[in-house]
Design a protein around this ligand. Structure first.
Ligand code: GLC
Length: 690
């Protein structure tokens, strides 16, 4: 049923953008009327945040203070700022949600978080984050939706809709190309127009088309100017190309010049008390900025809040507290569907009964793997791996922090937990720390039935022990209940169905983003103070790979990754056959239905994610070998077959034409590729675009 829901939800979001409680026009008129009653000082107060996470109210005119809170994977509680919510559910990280390839689940996940916002008096959720997985080392990859713009876009449009439907404003972030966190305030992303439109922008565009009403600009510069005060970024790309018409806010302490902020299209300087507060009045007095720009900023903020009804009703609605158990269930379902089985020589599933002792060791046996920074969610009643495995296997499992060779050899199987500690504000190495790498290599070499469980917010180097591991399970940052899902997968109660939303390279040197760290520098391991960060010289990150990010890169370069985008095994097997296209030729006004028959040829029920890629045969410009343009998640009983249909539109064949500054569909031959992973194409058929 979940699959059907997913299909329905996806259709809904695409066809009917969110209807704001108050129409844009009516909200704008009311905002204008309020503006006319405001003093300049009141306007300046409104366009600068206060108390770290609030939009200023104006009681004189019935405008309430509005609280903003992080973030994509749940409500980050800041009890020093708001005592309205005692707890919040810690969901699996967004990259884990992306690995479900289930947009309907993204809707449920986001709707749950939106309800917790309402219960906690949070008017604006500072999420979803959607920067692109360009380098595996980025400390914030866990907060985002992976390397492919199409997959990210399909998940984001549902996520945005889920939050909006609770009456909470979601925030698309970080706009734009904030794809590493290494000295993030001093990095300049140098990105060409085509790469922006084909890679960086589609998820934002999908969020905007679904109705998103807040966007947060990013820390980095784009092509030489900080995004938060960059007119090309805000007025040109966001409001111009993407047609965005609501609130824009800065990231926290990410802008540096009041005049530039005011004239860039920006609306709200967060956390406030900085450049607007210090300089705007003087600039007005000196005639260096126009009150019309201040009015525009204030009006954008008020129009957005009025349109969502935030001036007409309380944000807080405690009846949503009753839904927390349903939110925990959603977190469990998300973890179940997000776990990716990368390798299995048959050791999994490990039956609950029978068989000898299972030895468990490693990093995240007693501590929950979770990403740090503003996205972090404490959660409650968190289930450790030890608790989850004990509940599943009873006294079959023994937990040994430093197992001897003899203990490892004697075990019937070993469950080894490894991974990384990722966080906002810093990147981390692709390779595991030396001691951890040695430990993993030692253990997999001592017991041939070692299952390696990876908890990380992105790819890690596995090359030196991948072949000896009997199985590898990628469980990301699982959230408060995710270890139960992991135990279910290990024992076979849940059949894994997740697929990688990223490519996992063999060596970081193979990756398109390799070389982004300035020569002679090393990754720092603890989060920097602002002064230390700002003391770093501005450095430029040239997106030399252009649109060839992720699998697009490895296929262009002929580099075999360790695990390809879209990879994920099951405890059953699936067969693809009988690819049929609704037409052999299509026009630029038509659409193409791609049909195939999927069969579950194994002994247990399972879900498969059918992936549809488009390959241009004779492109007029250099294009990726293939690009994901459709997918369907289908659950089948053993022996069951189903006709699967994915519909493609002309835009799915387009590239960004910098000569026309628009999308272009080149006539000619294309191949439609269908398979279970980007490197496992089962079927293909030709189609002509007229
Ligand atoms: C942080 C993050 C942003 C977050 C904001 C408020 O530094 O970059 O994602 O929403 O500041 O915490």
């Amino acid at each position: 049923m979940a699959i059907a829901f997913a299909a329905i939800a996806t259709t809904l979001a695409a066809a009917t953008p969110f209807q704001t409680p108050v129409s844009y026009e009516a909200a704008d008129a009311r905002a204008g009327a309020l503006l006319a009653q405001m003093t300049t000082a009141e306007k300046l107060q409104l366009i600068s945040g206060y108390n770290s996470f609030y939009i200023h109210g104006l009681p004189r005119l019935g405008i309430p203070d509005l609280y903003l809170s992080d973030a994509t994977q749940g409500v980050h509680l800041r009890k020093n700022l708001s005592q309205q919510l005692d707890k919040s559910v810690a969901f699996p990280c967004p990259l884990s949600l992306a690995a479900t390839w289930n947009p309907g689940l993204a809707y449920r996940y986001a709707h749950s978080i939106g309800e917790e916002c309402r219960a906690g008096n949070v008017a604006v959720l500072l999420g979803p984050g959607m920067d692109i997985y360009r380098v595996s080392q980025c400390g914030r990859n866990f907060e985002y939706f992976g390397e492919d713009p199409f997959l990210a876009a399909r998940m984001i449009e549902q996520y945005v809709r889920g939050v909006l439907d609770t009456g909470t404003i979601p925030t698309l972030k970080h706009f734009v190309a904030n794809d590493t966190d290494y000295f993030r305030r001093k990095s300049d992303s140098v990105v060409d127009e085509r790469t922006l439109h084909e890679i960086s922008l589609p998820a934002f565009k999908a969020g905007i088309d679904a109705g998103a009403m807040a966007v947060m600009t990013s820390y980095n510069q784009l092509n030489g100017e900080w995004c938060g005060q960059n007119p090309y970024v805000i007025t040109g790309l966001l409001r111009g190309s993407l047609g965005y018409k609501w609130l824009v806010m800065t990231d926290w302490t990410s802008v540096w010049d009041a005049k530039k902020i005011i004239e860039s299209g920006q609306d709200l300087e967060m956390p406030g008390k900085k450049f607007i507060a210090a300089d705007a009045q003087r600039l007005l007095d000196e005639g260096k900025v126009k009150i019309a720009d201040i009015d525009r900023m204030a009006r954008d903020i008020m129009r957005t809040c009025i349109a969502m009804g935030l001036y007409d009703r309380p944000v807080k609605d405690v009846h949503y507290l009753a839904n927390f158990p349903a939110h925990v269930q959603c977190a469990l379902d998300s973890a179940r569907e997000g776990i990716v089985l990368l390798k299995n020589n048959g050791v999994l599933p490990l039956a609950k009964q029978g068989g000898g002792k299972i030895l468990v060791s490693g990093l995240f046996v007693d501590q929950l793997a979770r990403g740090g920074g503003s996205a972090d969610v404490e959660g409650y009643d968190a289930l450790t791996l030890r608790q989850a495995l004990t509940a599943t296997y009873g006294d079959r499992v023994t937990f040994v922090a430093e197992p001897t060779d003899a203990e490892l050899k004697a075990a019937s199987a070993v469950l080894l937990s490894t991974g990384t500690f990722d966080s906002e504000g810093r990147d981390r190495p692709f390779a595991l720390p030396e001691a951890e790498e040695k430990r993993v290599q030692r253990i997999v070499s001592l017991n041939p039935r070692t299952v390696v469980i990876v908890n990380s917010g992105g790819g890690i180097q596995m090359t030196h022990w991948n072949d000896r591991a009997a199985a590898i399970v990628y469980a990301w940052f699982p959230g408060q209940i995710g270890n139960r899902a992991l135990a279910e997968v290990l024992c076979g109660d849940t059949n894994p169905s997740g697929k990688l939303p990223i490519t996992i390279e063999r060596r970081f040197e193979d990756a398109p983003g390799y070389g982004y760290i300035p020569a002679g520098e090393q990754l720092y391991t603890t989060r920097l103070q602002l002064e230390a960060e700002m003391a770093h010289p501005l450095f430029h990150i040239a997106y030399k790979e252009g649109v060839f990010v992720g699998y697009r890169w490895y296929e262009k370069k002929g580099i075999a990754p360790l695990y390809a985008f879209g990879t994920g095994l099951s405890y059953t097997t699936f067969d693809y056959k009988d690819l049929r296209l609704s037409a052999q030729a299509m026009t630029q006004a038509g659409q193409l239905d791609v049909h195939c028959t999927l069969s579950n040829t194994g002994r247990v029920a399972g879900a498969e994610i059918v992936q549809v890629y488009v390959h241009p045969v004779h492109a007029p410009i250099e294009r990726p070998e293939k690009e994901l343009k459709g997918f369907a998640k289908v659950t089948l009983a053993p022996g069951e077959s189903r006709d699967v249909t994915v519909t493609l539109a002309p835009r799915d064949f387009a590239y960004w034409d910098v000569g026309r500054h628009d999308w272009t569909v080149a006539p000619g031959e294309y191949e439609i590729l269908v398979g279970r992973a980007s490197d496992h194409i089962a079927l293909h058929a030709a189609v002509t675009m007229r």
